[in-house]
Design a protein around this ligand. Structure first.
Ligand code: C2E
Ligand code: CA
Ligand code: CA
Ligand code: CA
Length: 278
């Protein structure tokens, strides 16, 4: 028994050492990746359900690692948030998306909206409003076409301060969306405290709307509440026509999902926008 305990303990410490080393190593590689231009923005279309038109795109970051290929954000965004690297990374994505947005405007196929994810960490940085305004100035992208997505949990972290920051961003003309709605402490009442434009229903509810009556009921309620608050409602992660049919019946305004397109690199999404424009 003693030996067994001992070896488990050794295994445990070894594992911890390994993961700590792995984290430090990953952080260093991510910092280099940012400096060396290894990050890329992909874009996923947002579609107006009533017309089928692409009215926006969401920027989603990827890490193009020379050794490991394209690494999805789920594998480095959490670490970037823990280490604070998300500040510089987030500003890079914002700048890149706005720069691309200007290119689309110049060739006359601009989506109305370019949406960019903002992490809670960025929101708590004192200078977020100035840094967004600076990127808009530098790139010449119009504030009215920029939408910032904040998760429900990031919004709730410091409710009082957050409302003030959102007001200042909106005073610039920037649109605001609540992301992953339904996954946090969804008190419907708090939504009124924030001035928002779009409510994005989390994929987990959409996954089940064509299978489960309760998921359908919840989505129905979220759409009604969003509309009552004057928000546009977007369904995330729509993969099938039957999900879309239900959402259309329910009066949902917009959707994103593989049914229309996966996130694509800038060239591929440009081709899609061209095609869409006819
Ligand atoms: P999110 O903001 O909720 O983005 C939606 C995610 O769902 C994306 O994953 C997208 O590729 C995926 N998705 C969209 N439609 C479908 C579908 O029909 N089926 C399935 N299975 N998945 C779908 P992705 O690109 O891996 O991003 C994951 C998360 O990483 C994002 O979730 C967001 O929280 C974070 N993230 C990505 N880019 C950024 C960024 O620039 N800044 C920050 N702070 N977070 C980011
Ligand atoms: Ca998002
Ligand atoms: Ca989401
Ligand atoms: Ca999500």
């Amino acid at each position: 028994a003693k030996e067994g305990g001992r070896s488990r303990f050794d295994f445990y410490t070894e594992d911890l050492t390994h993961s700590a080393r792995h984290r430090v190593e990953t952080e260093r590689r991510l910092r280099d990746a940012l400096a060396e231009g290894q990050l890329v923005a992909h874009y996923q279309p947002q579609v107006e359900i009533a017309t089928g038109r692409v009215i926006g795109v969401e920027a989603l970051v990827r890490w193009r690692d020379p050794e490991h290929g394209l690494i999805p954000p789920g594998e480095f965004i959490p670490l970037a948030e823990e280490t604070g690297l998300i500040g510089a990374l987030g500003e890079w994505v914002l700048h890149e998306a706005c720069r691309q947005g200007v290119l689309w405007m110049e060739i006359g196929i601009a989506p109305l909206v370019v949406a960019v994810n903002l992490s809670g960490y960025q929101l708590r940085q004192g200078d977020i409003v100035e840094s967004v305004a600076r990127v808009l100035r530098q790139t010449g992208f119009p504030a009215e076409r920029l939408e910032l997505e904040l998760t429900e949990s990031a919004l709730m972290e410091r409710e009082g301060d957050t409302a003030g920051v959102l007001d200042r961003l909106r005073a610039h003309g920037i649109r605001m969306a609540v992301d992953d709605f339904g996954t946090g402490y969804s008190s419907f009442a708090y939504l009124r405290r924030f001035r928002l434009d779009v409510l994005k229903i989390d994929k987990r509810f959409i996954d089940e709307i064509d299978q489960q009556q309760d998921a359908r009921t919840i989505v129905d309620a979220i759409i009604a509440m969003g509309h009552a608050l004057g928000l546009q409602v977007l369904a995330e992660g729509v993969e099938t026509q039957s999900q879309l049919d239900i959402l259309r019946d329910q009066g949902c305004d917009l959707f994103q999902g593989y049914l229309k397109s996966r996130p694509l690199d800038a060239d591929a999404v440009t081709a899609l926008l061209r095609n869409d424009a006819g």
